[in-house]
Design a protein around this ligand. Structure first.
Ligand SMILES: [Zn+2]
Length: 703
């Protein structure tokens, strides 16, 4: 039997468009162009062109895992990256002028964190933004690396910090009033930190002016935070952005260079904000300043820090220095003194001597770490520099983790991410004005269970139907749903199904929420046939079905007599010999697109009674012809049978109501009758009708 549903469209979308293939997002710029550039700060770097096509593909498809290959000097660096979550679902960017921007919904930027393949101990934060691409990280043996767009060119630059001429001059005059030196002997097992610290960022007006827009400013802050979050995560401290405000109008901080004044203004200007720690980021500040150890402080103005990122806006983007200052000031908020403070090692001594070496003595001496200092050091002011690859170091990391564990106002780390992805589907049964059936496959890419979503069905670009789905798809699991029933007239259609999460939930990636089908709604066939002949006799009961169907390619017949169905165009069929009556014949005719029509016809078979009455029998006990037994071959109603045998005087000698029971030649208990001729009558009914028959005759008994 042919499949009844032949019209199936299947579209399968890859869940990760790129898989683990390496994407060449950058290509080297011609050497002659590089030779003509004078960047001042640096001459050892890779000059690159960004591939717009691959860039746009990443923005549009949002792969959750990705590998980026970048030519750098004599090798190709391969960044092996996974998507990073920097903020909670529903995160909004606010502006001083009162705008609220649903960041994830209105912005394609995506953030990744990962490693450089083949470089053990490396880490890289890679931000693919709408308007630029920013990479910050550290590769052991190469140094802290920066990837960014040159401000006055369309080229990108990838370089290692040691190649820079000049110095990160940020100063941090945070007052370290430390009363004791805790015993911070790091153990192999790091404390489990269940709680997270959420950050409120305020991006000053000078950054807004330099970047030219709210989204650009927010993107930029996110890209810096991407590496900051990664640095903290490498020390098992989870931080995320709870709120971000961009000054899109003149701020009270504008052009103020004194970090002490800025920190005070920040405390009094913005008094209502969301987060555990607040941070003002501005170009004009010369350095950074933070209150120390202020988790859960009742006074919001105390839970704050300020960072200046002027060097990021130099002729060469130096994101790593901006990351250092912001991460450093956040570290103070979380309780860490400088590494040159007289606080560490359990005996109130310093971890390193970078502070005194740079002229900022806190009372203790120490060595210059030859490979660079940690985030809470002043080594950026010395020849060795800060090495982001070392993170915060063992003692500051442990001390901050202990402070987070002790802080009872912090919330759980569970960043809610909702993201539904349509992975495939099919549309079936598209016959004229009949129910269209569609089944879709989805994946819950979020970290929450999915119980509800809304679907919009568009036909040729116009909203046609909206439906809701409720059920349960566990986080990370796949599920299916079916479209509500609807029907369409004949025609060709482009149908798009787009899914939306309930109000209050932002989908991380709307670009994979829809699926589009192109299909035709086709007509039904017209099933018809005529049995020829349609009036049969039970002993001559063969007929042919003359097929008169139009618009079909497949035919299946049920002849109505219990025999198996037949697949043929014009089948010939013989009805059973034993029974007469009407038979209902059913034809299922199927079009090339699986649309089915049904036709019925009737065949009348006249049941003809066929019987044989012997005229002689020999009841002599020789087992041969010992009984007078009429034989009925067809159409006898066995419940309507009566045979009577009479003698010459009309006496009833034998009678039977059972067609299987014949006369054995005896008359009651008088034994076998004499030779002679005896009369019989038989009354019987037809099986196929109510008709009654009465026949009579004579039988000769011989011995
Ligand atoms: Zn400091």
């Amino acid at each position: 039997m042919k499949s009844l549903i032949q019209f199936i469209i299947i579209i399968l979308l890859s869940s990760k468009a790129f898989g683990q293939a390496e994407i060449a997002l950058f290509s080297p710029v011609d050497g002659a162009i590089k030779a003509d550039l004078d960047l001042g700060l640096i001459d050892d770097y890779a000059l690159l062109n960004a591939d717009e096509t691959n860039w746009n593909t990443i923005l549009n498809e949002h792969p959750t895992a990705i590998r980026i290959s970048i030519p750098y000097k004599d090798e190709v660096l391969v960044f092996d990256l996974n998507e990073a979550i920097l903020f909670k679902s529903g995160f909004k960017v606010k502006t001083a002028s009162g705008l609220e921007i649903d960041y994830a919904a209105e912005n394609k930027s995506i953030f990744y964190q990962g490693v450089v393949l083949g470089h053990e101990g490396s880490h890289i934060a890679f931000s693919v933004l709408n308007n630029q691409i920013i990479g910050v990280g550290s590769i052991p043996g190469i140094g802290d690396i920066n990837l960014g767009k040159l401000p006055d060119h369309n080229y990108y630059i990838l370089y290692a910090e040691p190649a820079l001429d000049g110095q990160n001059n940020f100063e941090c005059h945070t007052d370290g009033d430390y009363e004791e030196s805790p015993n911070l002997t790091p153990s192999e097992d790091r404390a489990v930190v269940e709680d997270c610290s959420s950050l409120y960022f305020e991006v000053d007006y000078d950054i807004f002016l330099a970047l030219g827009g709210v989204t650009e400013s927010a993107d930029y802050m996110m890209a810096l935070f991407n590496e900051i979050q990664f640095l903290y995560e490498l020390d098992d401290i989870t931080v995320y952005i709870s709120e971000l405000k961009v000054w899109d109008e003149l701020s009270p901080y504008y052009l103020e260079g004194d970090t002490g004044v800025l920190l005070g203004l920040f405390g009094t200007t913005t008094t209502v904000w969301e987060g555990d720690l607040g941070h003002l980021v501005t170009i004009s500040a010369g350095g950074g300043l933070a209150y120390v150890n202020v988790f859960c402080a009742a006074n919001q103005a105390i839970r704050k820090a300020v960072s200046g990122i002027s060097l990021t806006f130099a002729a060469v983007p130096i994101y790593s220095w901006s990351v250092e200052v912001i991460a450093h000031e956040m570290g103070h908020n979380m309780g860490s003194p400088h590494t040159h403070a007289c606080f560490w090692n359990g005996d109130a001594t310093a971890i390193d001597g970078c502070g005194p070496d740079a002229g900022f003595d806190e009372g203790c001496v120490g060595l210059l770490p030859p490979l660079g200092g940690t985030v809470m050091s002043y080594c950026h002011l010395t020849a060795v520099g800060i090495n982001l690859g070392f993170g915060f170091g063992l003692q500051p990391g442990l001390y901050m983790r202990n402070n987070i564990i002790a802080a009872d106002c912090l919330e759980s780390c569970d960043l809610q991410v909702m993201d539904i992805q349509v992975t495939g589907g099919s549309i079936t049964a598209t016959c004229e004005n009949s129910p269209v059936f569609g089944e879709m496959s989805v994946i819950n890419n979020g970290n929450e269970n999915m119980t509800y979503f809304t679907g919009n069905v568009y036909l040729d670009g116009v909203l046609f139907n909206t439906f809701t789905w409720s059920g349960l798809i566990l986080e990370g699991e796949a599920g299916t749903f079916t479209l509500p029933s609807f029907s369409l007239p004949l025609g060709s259609y482009v149908m798009t199904i787009e899914l939306e999460l309930p109000d209050g939930y932002d989908d991380e990636d709307m670009s994979d929420n829809s699926i589009t089908f192109t299909f035709d709604v086709t007509p039904f066939p017209e099933a018809a046939f005529t049995p020829d002949p349609d009036h049969l006799l039970s002993y001559k009961a063969t007929t042919t079905m003359i097929n008169e169907t139009t618009g079909a390619v497949g035919y299946e017949w049920d002849m109505g007599d219990g025999t198996p169905s037949v697949v043929a165009v014009n089948p010939t069929h013989t009805y059973p010999f034993e029974y007469g009556g009407y038979y209902e014949v059913e034809l299922l005719a199927t079009s090339a697109f699986g649309c089915i029509d049904t036709a019925y016809g009737y065949v009348l078979v006249d049941g003809v009674n066929i019987y044989y009455i012997p005229n002689t029998f020999t009841p002599d006990g020789d087992s041969f012809n010992d009984v007078f037994l009429p034989v009925f071959a067809a159409n006898l109603d066995i419940y309507d049978y009566h045979m009577v045998i009479y003698n010459r005087w009309g006496e009833v000698m034998f009678e039977s109501l059972n067609v299987a029971t014949g006369w054995d030649g005896t008359y009651g208990d008088r034994g076998v009758v004499k030779d002679g001729v005896y009369a019989w009558t038989i009354e019987f009914g037809d099986l196929s009708s109510d008709e009654k028959h009465s026949i009579s005759g004579h039988v000769t008994v011989l011995h």
